[in-house]
Design a binder for this molecule. Structure first.
Ligand code: FMN
Length: 433
């Protein structure tokens, strides 16, 4: 294996080298190529299983970029565990023979109260990247919010499926670029914009720093060994091309294919001087369904309503930005009460079970957003893996609504929830070691 690592690192990669690597790795069970990965997907019965499957298939440096969060990762853990603070109070003998899981968000009817959150650079996790996510979402009738930092372009995803789509945007320093993105999203038939407001600067993702996953990438011996011990991932990278920031790559001049230049360009665009006036300007420019993502207190929620936002995504960015930022579920009741139906509320972060979604709806949200869960599926099995993650959520919501004794999502209410007096406990694959 060592000589093969050397072969790959020194750039002499041939088809026969790679076959040899696959054989070696299979015999030591250190990787799970192709067909075995598909079998593994079928055996994934919850999001925790998909996470474990993803961890085995992609290099650690890539997995940590997907799975990790800022500083001590307190917010990320709290996002999930805070759902455990609530008990469910089922009602019995209620005729649940016909369960209706639909909801409406910003005027859009959805078959499930679940939206796929924007996540950048998805081709890092699987060569099909955002295409696999968009296709699986469209097949399930679910809304996919494409990230500004996607590795497949706004236009390609726009024409790929007829599924419902939102486009996630930032207020960049170059307002001309913002106007260009808005025009491109409109031309490509995205139905809503989702403005992310919690990236004034990039969060401190320490796993990435230790792993050398920085801009530019720091190629250490550890990183090199990590990469070569995942030959399937490598093989895809070599044969299908490295991920690019597809929406800005044509702005790089001579460095058109260079991810480092693209990332540096995007990093320079983050603007700390952005205010509510800029958000109001974007809402006017878009003139359609508009959600603001990254709100965590009632005053900001009220300001969002005042400037005309139709959706509020209660979110701490999955714990990837400000560590110790409140878990969405903990601030949700306050925000729901303040907004009082004037905008739709979406809870984002830490959703790992159908019961988490039911609890969010019980506290007054219209829907939830999910990021890492579908990315675990993507990494573990491409489009089939994303579809599996969505099916797991759908089955869990359907089953648990029946067990709770509610027939439709609108019937789920605060009467179904009670705050626990004891701290919650979760199985080990549900939280993060
Ligand atoms: C790998 C990764 C990339 C992300 N990229 C973006 C992004 O480009 N824009 C954005 O608004 N949020 C981004 N997020 C945050 C997600 O939209 C979402 O807020 C978060 O994943 C929710 O937490 P969860 O992963 O526990 O569901 C990203 C999250 C992950 C895991």
């Amino acid at each position: 294996m060592t000589s093969l690592c050397y072969t790959v690192l020194s750039g002499y990669v041939t088809y026969s080298n790679l076959c040899q690597i696959f054989e070696d790795a299979e015999s030591t069970h250190s990787i799970t190529p192709g067909i075995l990965a598909v079998k593994r997907i079928e055996n994934c019965h919850d999001i925790g299983d998909l996470r474990v499957a993803a961890q085995k298939i992609i290099p650690r440096v890539v997995f940590d970029f997907l799975d990790g969060a800022a500083d001590d990762e307190i917010s990320m853990r709290d996002n999930s565990s805070s759902f455990g603070q609530y008990d469910l109070l089922p009602e019995v003998l209620t005729d649940v023979s016909d369960i209706d899981m639909t909801t409406t968000v910003m005027g859009q009817r959805m078959p499930l109260p679940l939206i796929l959150a924007p996540t950048g650079l998805s081709r890092l996790f699987h060569p099909q990247g955002e295409k696999a996510v968009a296709t699986a979402a469209a097949d399930a009738g679910l809304t996919y919010s494409l990230s500004s930092g996607s590795s497949v372009s706004i236009e390609e995803i726009g024409t790929l499926t007829d599924g419902p789509k939102w486009f996630q945007i930032y207020v960049w320093k170059d307002r001309g670029l913002v106007s260009e993105f808005i025009a491109r999203a409109r031309a490509a038939n995205y139905q809503a914009l989702c403005l992310t407001v919690d990236v004034q600067v990039y969060g401190n993702r320490q796993r990435d720093l230790y792993n050398g996953m920085t801009t530019p990438i720091r190629l250490t011996r550890k990183l090199a060994l990590d990469l070569v011990s995942h030959p399937l991932w490598w093989f895809n990278l070599i044969t299908q091309g490295q991920p690019q920031l597809a929406n800005v790559k044509d702005k790089m001049g001579d460095n058109v294919g260079d991810l480092n230049s693209q990332a540096a360009y995007i990093n320079r665009q983050f603007d700390r001087s952005v205010t509510w006036d800029d958000a109001a300007w974007m809402i006017r420019e878009w003139n359609g369904p508009f959600a603001i993502k990254g709100i965590l207190n009632r005053e900001d929620a009220l300001r969002a309503v005042e400037i005309g936002a139709s959706g509020i995504v209660v979110s701490n960015h999955g714990g990837r930005q400000l560590d110790h930022a409140a878990a969405p579920v903990n601030v949700l009741p306050d925000i729901v009460d303040a907004v009082a139906g004037r905008a739709d509320i979406i809870v984002d972060g830490g959703i790992r079970r159908g019961t988490d979604i039911i609890k969010a709806l019980g506290l007054g949200a219209q829907a939830c957003m999910t990021g890492r869960p579908y990315l675990y599926g993507l990494a573990a099995g491409g489009e089939a893996g994303v579809a599996r993650a969505l099916k797991i959520f759908a089955d869990e919501i359907e089953r648990n609504m029946s067990l709770l004794g509610v027939r439709c999502t609108a019937d789920i209410g605060r009467r179904h929830l009670r705050r626990k007096s004891m701290p919650p406990t979760y199985p080990s694959n549900y939280t993060w070691e």
